[in-house]
Write a protein that binds this ligand. Structure first.
Ligand SMILES: *Cc1c(COP(=O)(O)O)cnc(C)c1O
Length: 386
């Protein structure tokens, strides 16, 4: 039975396999014993291997051990968790914040806490899977609006939102397209219908905004939303996620969010590393400057070669291919040319939009990006994409 399914996936060029990265994640990594340029990591600022974060994790491990030993509500709340939550609240300018084990867990815990059966959730068609799963778990009616299409959202609001508790969910930076939610107009629309808004800022946190506070900072809208969600697993280099907001919401989530309650607290080391990441974000703004400089070079380079991409405004720059088999071939040929950027296929992206999802980080050198562009040029020409 499993075999049949796997065979079918393979025939449709949709089978996925794990690829071993034999070195720390950095601008270049070891794959099959060769050094290749990595154009796929979400470690946008290079913090996953930053000495200060490693040291903070080691120090917390020495003091508190490798595991928290219990869930947060039993005996798993340790000083690194408390300190991180205070630092996150200060970072986001909210009364309080709550740490979750991952972004996935935050969304499947937060959404059913905000809304239940009888309510309505309206989600951007391209929003992250964890928002969809959270919506399903909530029991609320679930509708999707066309990607970034506020006319469609308005139509759905007028049809489904009147007289019902309503939640709009969207990525801040879309994880596979790199474009931004149209937040200024979206928040205005939400106000008109008295709808709550959840902006999942997994890819915005640490990246967007002058100080790296995320997509809401980028748009100057931070004070417009009572609560903010983002992750510690991408630009902040580690793992975990947060919801920051009013004290009452945070205390409510402690009592209601099942993915917070019924799971062992994150290791002290990851909490300590995340707190250090917030300090490094402030202390080393040059990392964000390098990220955006590299992003400009990479985006302009791909465009100049003639690749098709999205309306990306972020370090996520997809090269759109369409056919999953061709996307796989492109990824394989790129790897032979010394560049690792995997094919992203359905169901992660809609049918006919298979792509090479590239990301650029602060750690890439000008030479590495030039080399990677040369590989894209060679392979793109071979496959008739240019
Ligand atoms: C990566 C991602 C998540 C999941 O976060 P994890 O910490 O990796 O579980 C959630 N939402 C979006 C938009 C993401 O890109």
């Amino acid at each position: 039975m499993f075999d049949d399914d796997l065979q079918q996936l393979e025939e449709r060029h949709l089978l996925r396999q794990l690829r071993l990265i034999e070195s720390p994640t950095a601008a270049a990594v070891m794959i099959d014993g060769r050094s290749v340029i990595l154009m796929a990591s979400n470690d946008y600022l290079g913090l996953a291997t930053h000495p200060r974060l490693k040291q903070a994790a080691i120090a917390a491990t020495e003091r508190f051990g490798v595991g928290a030993g219990a869930s947060r509500l039993v005996s798993g709340t340790l000083p690194p968790h408390r300190a991180l939550e205070q630092a996150l609240a200060a970072f986001k300018g909210t009364e309080a914040a709550l740490l979750f084990g991952s972004g996935y867990l935050a969304n499947i815990g937060l959404i059913p806490s905000l809304i239940g059966s009888g309510g309505t959730i309206l989600a951007d068609r391209l929003c992250h899977a964890s928002l969809i799963d959270g919506g399903r778990l909530s029991g609320a009616d679930f509708h999707r609006y066309r990607h970034r299409d506020l006319d469609h959202l308005a139509a759905l609001l007028s049809k489904h939102a009147t007289g019902r508790k309503t939640l709009i969910v969207t990525d801040g930076v879309f994880s596979m397209d790199g474009d931004l939610a149209p937040l200024p107009a979206l928040l205005g629309l939400a106000d008109r219908y008295d709808a709550m808004v959840l902006v999942d800022d997994a890819h915005g946190t640490g990246v967007m905004g002058a100080e790296g506070r995320g997509t809401l900072e980028h748009f100057g809208l931070e004070s417009r939303l009572p609560f903010h969600m983002g992750t510690l697993s991408k630009a902040l280099g580690g793992s975990g996620a947060y919801v920051a907001g009013p004290d009452t919401l945070i205390r409510y989530l402690v009592n209601r969010a099942r993915s917070f309650i019924y799971t062992t607290a994150p290791p002290p080391a990851t909490a300590a590393a995340a707190q250090e990441a917030l300090a490094v974000l402030r202390a080393e703004p040059e990392r964000r400057a390098r990220l955006w400089r590299n992003r400009a070079q990479w985006h302009a380079g791909l465009r100049a070669l003639g690749f098709r991409t999205t309306d990306t405004q972020s370090p996520i720059i997809p090269v759109l291919i369409g056919d999953p088999q061709q996307a796989l071939t492109m990824a394989e040929r790129l790897l032979q040319q010394g560049v690792y950027a995997p094919a992203i296929r359905p169901p992660t992206v809609p049918p006919e939009t298979s792509r090479i999802r590239t990301t650029v980080t602060a750690e890439h050198t000008v030479e590495q990006l030039d080399h990677a562009l040369a590989a894209f040029k060679t392979v793109g020409a071979e496959l008739g994409l240019l």
